[in-house]
Ligand binder design. Structure first.
Ligand SMILES: O=C[C@H](O)[C@H](O)COP(=O)(O)O
Ligand SMILES: C=C(OP(=O)(O)O)C(=O)O
Length: 477
């Protein structure tokens, strides 16, 4: 989405609407589609979908191509991916403050990771489209009353009332407008000077000064100071650090919406889902013969596939055959979410088999979704230490196999919520109720996110660099 300098767009980059892309529009409808809402009024749904199909694209095909080139660098081991944002975006959080805080946190994490990884960090938000959720149960019961589960603001409301929980297709229209407003602000922030690396590092300096665990990061922050001074001394001008590329991604869950935003690129005749630069298919909807994978196979965007602990190596290779038959780096990212206790055992076979198939996928760790548990208070939460441990396990597996640990995918917010336990500020289970604001899964708050970036930089990149292969795998480093 941000583009500095602006990519050369064709004069008429996306001209045809979904109606004129029949392959994309209709094929998935004949296949089983998991986790789709049941709308009470089909006519109302069709009206909204027809309108959405006539709206302007939210992103351009040329931008998606640029992200694919960046992710190709990740797949080749020349870059690192930082993907993060809310579990579920909410319409009432589309404000300058929330968006700025989230972006600021991601930029701060990225600055630290760039230094530690010594390669470019590709920045992708779970943002501007992450409004729909697959749920474990279709209903929720409170004090004897059972209602449909909350499925994300794109589908129904969080309030526990019959009217709020009824799926309403007008919410798809709101999702489009909320995404457009978010993208607009993000583009302004990332190109207008807000993302200047020197400013971002100054924020990190503040964090190190004011965080209880800050001392621990002092050395690393000092090294980054020196690197910036060195750049200045060498005459590296402000232009290279003033603006950043930042891309938008979300789970392609609601196929009516995604198909309505799918357009044919007039330059190439190929179909792009213009709802976001990258979309991923979730753990619950990645059936090889299902509608989601079919839809994904027909769009040209970079694709993520979530891989849970039960994924077999054969399945992983089948995704490659189906979605990336040309073995094109940047096309496919495997976002692995196994759980801290399983990553070291289950990931190696997947990586080995996929690598042997000749695929050049990007491997990314999502250390959130395999580490959720319910606290005695009833809050869904995650331990910071489990999150960090899964990241360490992910790096250790790649170190042992000689493959590239391509990135991290994190549920986070820039606000000071209390949803995950642990971190430098040491949030306890008893603190969770204080600011538990997520609409679905628990997110790392601002300071936990920065803790994670500094710890990954210090303990993971450095600890696994230069160590003998295989030694790291079981040692927990
Ligand atoms: O984000 C992932 C899923 O949508 C989420 O974990 C489901 O949560 P649930 O198990 O409470 O339905
Ligand atoms: C639903 C999600 O995760 P998963 O598909 O891995 O459960 C998510 O990332 O929002």
């Amino acid at each position: 989405m941000t583009i500095a300098p602006a990519p050369p767009l064709s004069p008429d980059p996306v001209v045809r609407t979904a109606e004129r892309s029949p392959g994309v529009r209709h094929s998935w409808r004949d296949l089983p589609a998991a986790h789709q809402p049941s709308y009470p009024d089909a006519e109302a749904l069709h009206e909204v979908i027809a309108d959405l199909a006539s709206y302007p694209p939210l992103v351009f095909a040329g931008e998606c191509d640029r992200l694919r080139a960046r992710l190709a660098e990740v797949a080749r081991g020349e870059a690192f991916l930082l993907q993060g944002g809310d579990c579920a975006e909410a319409f009432d959080a589309v404000s300058a403050e929330h968006i700025r805080n989230k972006l600021k946190t991601l930029l701060q994490m990225s600055a630290v990771l760039t230094y530690a990884a010594s390669v470019p960090v590709v920045k992708v938000g779970r943002i501007a489209g992450q409004y729909a959720k697959p749920r474990s149960q279709p209903t929720e019961t409170r004090q004897g009353v059972t209602l449909p589960a909350y499925l994300g603001d794109a589908v129904n409301g969080l309030a526990f009332t019959e009217s709020a929980r009824a799926p309403d297709p007008e919410r798809l229209r709101r999702m489009y407008h909320a995404s457009a407003a978010t993208l607009n602000l993000v583009r302004a922030f990332t190109t207008g000077g807000y993302a200047d690396l020197r400013q971002v590092h100054a924020w990190n300096r503040d964090f190190v000064r004011s965080s209880p665990s800050g001392q621990r990061y002092e050395r690393l922050a000092g090294e980054i100071d020196k690197a910036l001074s060195f750049m200045r001394a060498c005459g590296a001008g402000p232009d290279g650090v003033r603006a950043v590329e930042f891309y938008a991604s979300h789970e392609a869950l609601l196929l009516d919406y995604e198909a309505a935003l799918t357009r044919t690129d007039s330059r190439t005749g190929e179909s792009y889902d213009t709802s976001g630069h990258m979309v991923w298919i979730g753990e619950r909807t990645r059936q090889l013969n299902g509608a989601h994978i079919d839809f994904a196979s027909r769009i040209r965007n970079s694709l993520g596939i979530k891989l849970g602990p039960e994924t077999t190596p054969e399945e992983a290779v089948a995704y490659v055959e189906r979605l990336d038959p040309q073995r094109e780096p940047g096309r496919l990212t495997f976002i692995v979410r196994m759980g801290a206790d399983r990553i070291r055992d289950r990931l190696p076979a997947l990586v080995e088999k996929v690598t042997a198939s000749g695929a050049q996928v990007a491997w990314v760790t999502d250390p959130m979704h395999g580490n959720t548990f319910e606290a005695a208070s009833g809050h869904k939460t995650r331990r910071f230490d489990d999150v960090l441990d899964e990241v360490k396990g992910f790096f250790a597996v790649h170190k042992a196999l000689g493959t590239h640990p391509g990135g991290i995918h994190i549920e986070l917010t820039g606000d000071d919520v209390t949803e995950c336990v642990g971190g430098g500020d040491e949030i306890l289970v008893e603190d969770l109720h204080q600011r538990y604001e997520t609409a679905c899964d628990p997110r790392l708050n601002r300071s936990q996110s920065l803790d994670l970036a500094f710890l990954v930089a210090d303990c993971v990149f450095r600890a696994t660099a230069g160590q003998p292969v295989r030694q790291t795998l079981r040692s927990g480093t």
